[in-house]
Design a protein around this ligand. Structure first.
Ligand code: SF4
Ligand code: SF4
Length: 276
């Protein structure tokens, strides 16, 4: 069963929930898809055994063959290639590696060369895997795709998604059996939850909500979920102990029995609600 953990916004406790689940579920594989800022390793402390370079093909121009006709710049939808006074300039960071310029060049002056945009690292036991996108790169999607190619067949992957509902999130949750949406009971939390719910409905993946930093009684997340017929799977209470432990790289379930019990309950509910 593949479980994705996501949130409409950062700072809701998505990683705290993901790493806690990974530590609780026997035979799980933690997959950190937040490739711009992976931090699950701080809590799970894996021994990295394998590193895979993630590369894309970007154009390079043979000046001997180029006539400066400008066709390559005209077909590029991303302004990643320009022709200035007959000289071709390529901007690899904004290239979307579509290959259109190579096809369009009438002189065969463009060839594609590999360029590293980040890495995927896998622990020695395969139970941990994360991606790192190089600073300044425009998209983490190829790294998320590489992460998904390295899921363990016999494991229960827990995909810790990037915040928001970007292309990287869509790629991460594709093919998952259940999505956990982590939110907090604030107007900002509700606003971003509504956007995440729309994505779930569009993709047709079973999902439920976890409210973090919850206080006693009915809150605005409960009211929204009740109106929309969405399951609030568990509510995680605000805890100073958990906040302190988190800042020191300690798993919340190791310092708070209430968190441990509610995370175990969360897993049981996810199993019941998933496609598998
Ligand atoms: S590969 Fe595509 S995005 Fe990159 S420079 Fe060529 S046309 Fe533009
Ligand atoms: S299309 Fe080819 S020949 Fe024309 S400017 Fe671009 S690289 Fe040069």
């Amino acid at each position: 069963m593949k479980i994705a953990v996501l949130s409409g916004k950062g700072g809701t406790g998505k990683t705290a929930v993901s790493v806690s689940l990974a530590a609780l579920i026997p035979g799980s594989q933690y997959v950190d898809c937040d490739v711009e800022e992976p931090n699950g390793y701080i809590f799970l402390r894996p021994r990295i055994g394998k590193s895979i370079s993630v590369e894309l093909l970007v154009p390079t121009v043979d000046v001997q063959k180029c006539t400066g006709c400008g066709l390559c710049a005209r077909v590029c939808q991303f302004n990643a290639i320009a022709v200035v006074r007959g000289k071709v300039l390529v901007f690899p960071e904004i290239c979307h590696y579509c290959g259109a310029c190579t096809i369009a060049c009438p002189e065969g002056a463009i060839k594609e060369v590999p360029r590293q945009i980040g890495v995927v690292e896998i622990s020695q036991d395969g139970a941990f895997i994360h991606g790192r996108l190089n600073t300044g790169e425009s998209t983490g999607v190829p790294i998320v795709d590489e992460l998904k190619r390295n899921l363990k067949e016999d494991a229960h992957p827990i995909l810790d998604c990037p915040p928001g509902v970007s292309c990287s999130v869509v790629h991460a949750i594709e093919g998952c059996d259940y999505c956990i949406l982590v939110t907090e009971p604030t107007p900002f939390g509700l606003y971003d939850l509504e956007i995440a719910v729309k994505l779930m409905e569009r993709m047709g993946i079973p999902f439920g909500v976890v409210t973090n930093k919850a206080s006693e009684g009915v809150d605005l997340i409960d009211e929204f979920c009740e109106k929309r017929g969405i399951d609030v799977l568990v509510k995680l209470p605000f805890s100073v102990e958990v906040a302190k432990a988190y800042s020191q790289g300690i798993l919340p379930i190791d310092v708070d029995d209430e968190w441990r019990a509610r995370l175990a309950l969360l897993y049981e509910k996810v199993k019941r609600g998933s496609n598998k």
